[in-house]
Design a binder for this molecule. Structure first.
Ligand code: FE2
Ligand code: FE2
Length: 153
C-alpha cells in the first residue's frame, strides 16, 4: 500500500475504532472487560503509537520537503506537538490501567471507561484535524509537483 493510501486507510480505521469504543455499552462481564482492554491496547499501539511514528517518519518529511510555506510548516509543528502530548497521555493511561486489570469488577470497568474517555476524544480531534488539513496538503503536493503516488511509496 502506498503511503497516501495508508494514511487515508488508517484515519478511516481510527474513526471506526473510536466509534466502536464509544458504543461499548455491553453490560459488564469479566470477558467483555478483558476484551475491551485488549482492544483498546491494540488500538493505542497500532493506530496511535505506530501511526504517529509513520507520520513523523514518512508523511511529515514529504510535506516539509515539498513546501516552503509558513502555513504547512506551522501545521506540521502543531501536529507534532499534539503527537507528543497524546503519546504522553497514552503512556499515562496505560500506567493507570495496568494495576487495575488484576482486579476487574464492574466498578473498575467503569473507571477504565471513564479514564479512556478524554484520551479517545483527544485522538478523535487530532485525527479530524489531520483529515481536514494534512490530507488535503498531501494531495495538493502530489498534484502541484506532478508527483505520482509512487513518489510516496
Ligand atoms: Fe497524527
Ligand atoms: Fe494521523
Amino acid at each position: 500500500m502506498d503511503k497516501l493510501s495508508r494514511e487515508v486507510f488508517e484515519h478511516g480505521k481510527v474513526l471506526e475504532e473510536l466509534y466502536f469504543f464509544d458504543n461499548y455499552t455491553k453490560v459488564f462481564s469479566r470477558v467483555s472487560c478483558e476484551d475491551y482492554l485488549e482492544k483498546i491496547n491494540t488500538f493505542l499501539d497500532e493506530f496511535v503509537i505506530e501511526h504517529f511514528e509513520f507520520e513523523e517518519k514518512e508523511i511529515f518529511p514529504f510535506i516539509l520537503e515539498k513546501c516552503n510555506r509558513y502555513y504547512e510548516e506551522k501545521m506540521i509543528q502543531e501536529l507534532r506537538d499534539e503527537h507528543l502530548i497524546i503519546l504522553e497521555h497514552v503512556a499515562e493511561f496505560k500506567a493507570q490501567i495496568k494495576p487495575l486489570t488484576s482486579r476487574l469488577n464492574s466498578e473498575i470497568f467503569c473507571k477504565i471507561l471513564l479514564l479512556s474517555q478524554p484520551l479517545r476524544r483527544e485522538i478523535m480531534s487530532h485525527a479530524r484535524k489531520e483529515d481536514e488539513q494534512l490530507l488535503p496538503a498531501i494531495k495538493k503536493y502530489l498534484v502541484s509537483f506532478n508527483c505520482s503516488n509512487s513518489e510516496l511509496i
